[in-house]
Design a protein around this ligand. Structure first.
Ligand code: MOS
Length: 693
């Protein structure tokens, strides 16, 4: 792993606490008198519970209670039906929770959960996606609030008239988040107050949801997410374990800890929905795109509409006046899909960037050159200019660093012993979003600055970067900043998601720092005691952002693969990415995010795969022994770089998010390199040996 040039960037403030084990995660906080819970998942994919017999479970030593839809506390209504746990005898998918055991120990809870007898009236289920499934419809909006369908010009006519055409279908299987720390919560009721430690990407939303479910004013709830062991989107919304833990604690009168067992995660914390994507490109002989169509077919569950917005990146990546992007959704008896790192962009760009490679070959053009020819200063979807668009610079800089020049485009032309060698490229992109946030800044007589905001550090380095932003705004050294994040008692802030955390929180921290600075400048002499406290809100600043511009980050990914000509095994020898993400605030944590995203993309390209079992109606790979993610031995050489990009139309820091863009395009770069090595175009991920032989 190459990690040049992090010198001078502050290391993570909590790094030492994490590597020494002092940092506590959601179920590691010591709590007196704590009980433990273990959920019982449904074993049918669709139907109704006809009976639950808890007698054998209750007879186990140490068991305190068995909750099910008959005795569990009634919940108020919220906008997310996946959280209405143990409220009804209906089963909407296999793995949905039907009961919860609470016991004195984790072991007792687990043993008793296996002893709960549940009977069902099962109904026929329908769990398999296909592109011609009855019941497919076009949702009005897809994830992110984008329209389900967009059209400009006349795709059909332009495609029919195009000199060069490609038309192919690409498939991505369901993929799982699997953060290192599972979804976990500790819930404690103190009279009519609820205190929760939750492994979440945003405790503001968790508090709001618990208030709705338990009929409490938000002031009586505290949700703490101090250290979080990853999430990748699956912790961006509250998950059933926090509701179950709070229910169990209320029911038993005991504090309750609940860490979801990993084999249960696939069914209850969301996943990247499988997609079937048809991409048609029509171009002039010189490679200029005249017609672009991206049609996405995917699914959601019966209880919640979630549409993977895989058609959206094609709306903004390349020039071309005739385009159509559509999403079609079918509701199946499956677990509800949700966010997984770069939802929409990651899935869609695998298909689009594979299609671009096919178009380059069809036009006889270098694939870097093809992308440069279709670059645009204006977002083709909205017609607005980009605040900055570094795609061309990323492609050129990446090609230079990777050693792309002189590449022979013909497939199968290079080998070393039994290894066929190939190289590939793909572009990446991600929206540069920002949301309103609050923050507070104060100063003590000893000259330390205190900054408070309910940001969440899910392992990204957010805590450290926010301290840097505060120090810069206050013009003081970063070691004079005390930053407090990760509790819903702090000033309200949005979640760590959509690559918008640093921009959103940072804006508020910057504003608070500046306001405190101005306040202090009004005093001469020593800081008064108590010192001034400033509270800011960026709602107006964010609302006043110019609507005249489109805001996106861009990148270019280059891959070199070696494919064993006998076994079909693929090794990614090198991955090199160059990104245009505005100003990079901390080279160390930024590089980690980009390299992490690229590594996850490599994993998606070669290994990650979830099978929907048609008989049971469930994902078959439910642990890390069966759901393969890349390990160190799979990841040989990953380099992330960025170009200098100054963009003053974003936020006071000039930054674009970079938590997700690293995974975008990676799988296409790898698959394109595999084609170059072998002459076999893999249009179904992952690139497995049997698909090459
Ligand atoms: Mo990201 S999938 O928005 O946490």
């Amino acid at each position: 792993m190459t990690a040049p040039g992090s010198a001078g960037a502050p290391p993570r403030l909590e790094g030492r606490a994490k590597v020494t084990g002092a940092a506590r995660y959601a179920v590691e906080h010591p709590v007196d008198g704590c009980a433990y819970a273990w959920p019982v998942p449904a074993t049918v994919a669709r139907g109704r519970i006809t009976g639950i017999d808890p007698a054998a479970a209750l007879a186990e030593p140490g068991v305190l209670a068995v909750l099910d839809h008959r005795n569990a506390p009634r919940l108020g209504d919220v906008d997310d039906a996946t959280l209405l746990v143990l409220q009804s005898p209906r089963v909407a998918h296999r793995g949905q929770y039907v009961a919860l055991v609470v016991a004195e120990t984790l072991e007792a809870a687990r043993a008793a959960a296996a002893a709960v007898r549940v009977s069902y009236a099962a109904e026929p289920h329908d769990v398999e996606l296909d592109a011609a499934h009855p019941g497919l419809y076009t949702p009005e909006t897809v994830n992110g609030g984008f329209p389900g369908e967009r059209a400009h010009g006349d795709f059909d006519a332009a495609f029919a008239a195009a000199a060069v055409r490609t038309d192919a279908v690409y498939r991505i299987p369901a993929l799982h988040n699997h953060p290192m720390e599972p979804h976990a919560s500790t819930a404690v009721w103190l009279g009519d107050r609820l205190r929760v430690h939750d492994s979440s990407q945003g405790s503001t939303k968790v508090r709001q949801t618990l208030a709705g479910l338990f009929g409490l004013p938000e002031e009586r709830i505290t949700v703490v997410s101090g250290h979080v062991g990853g999430g990748f989107g699956s912790k961006g919304t509250p998950r059933p374990q926090v509701v179950l833990a709070a229910m169990a604690a209320r029911h038993t009168g005991r504090p309750v800890k609940l860490a979801l067992p990993r084999p249960q995660l696939a069914a209850v914390v969301g996943h990247r929905a499988a997609t079937v994507q048809r991409v048609r490109l029509g171009a002039d002989r010189d490679g200029r795109i005249r017609a672009l169509s991206h049609e996405v077919v995917t699914y959601s569950s019966r209880i919640k509409e979630f549409t993977e917005q895989a058609g959206t990146p094609a709306r903004s990546m390349y020039a071309g006046e005739n385009r159509r992007t559509t999403h079609r959704l079918v509701r199946l008896d499956v677990p509800t899909p949700s966010w997984l790192r770069a939802p929409g962009e990651c899935s869609g760009m695998y298909a689009l960037e594979s299609a671009m490679d096919e178009l380059a070959l069809a036009c006889g053009l270098d694939p870097v050159e093809l992308r440069l020819r279709n670059d645009t200063r204006t977002d083709p979807d909205s017609g607005r200019p980009f605040t900055s668009r570094g795609l061309a610079e990323c492609l050129r800089e990446g090609a230079r660093r990777f050693g792309w020049a002189g590449r022979d485009p013909r497939p199968g032309g290079r080998s070393e012993g039994r290894w066929l060698i190939g190289t590939g490229v793909a572009a990446s992109g991600y929206p540069a979003e920002v949301g309103p946030s609050r923050a507070e800044a104060s100063v003590t007589a000893s000259g330390r600055y205190r900054v408070r905001i309910n940001a969440t550090d899910i392992g990204t380095g957010a805590r450290t970067v926010l301290a840097q932003i505060a120090a810069e705004a206050l013009s003081v050294p970063v070691d004079r900043i005390d930053i407090e994040i990760g509790s819903s008692d702090l000033p309200e802030a949005p979640l760590a998601g959509g690559s918008s955390g640093t921009a959103s929180w940072g804006w508020a921290v910057h504003k608070a720092g500046r306001a405190l600075s101005a306040e202090l400048a009004r005093h001469s002499g020593p800081v008064p005691e108590p010192g001034p406290v400033v509270r800011v809100d960026t709602a107006e600043d964010v609302a006043a952002m110019s609507q005249e511009y489109a805001r996106r980050a861009f990148g270019a990914q280059f891959a070199e693969v070696a494919v064993d000509m006998d076994s079909g095994e693929t090794r990614v020898r090198r991955l090199l990415g160059v990104f245009a993400v505005g100003r990079v605030l901390n080279a160390r944590t930024a590089r980690s995010q980009l390299v992490g995203g690229m590594t996850m993309g490599l994993s998606m390209a070669l290994l990650e795969h979830s099978t929907m079992d048609p008989a049971f109606g469930d994902h078959a790979e439910r642990d890390l022994a069966s759901y393969h993610v890349a390990t160190h031995a799979d990841v040989l050489d990953v380099e992330a770089h960025w170009i200098d990009e100054t963009d003053d139309r974003l936020n006071p820091m000039g930054s674009k998010g970079l938590g997700e863009i690293g995974i975008v395009g990676t799988a296409a770069a790898v698959a394109n390199a595999v084609y170059h090595a072998t002459g076999v175009r893999v249009r179904t991920l992952p690139v497995r040996p049997e698909r090459l032989l």
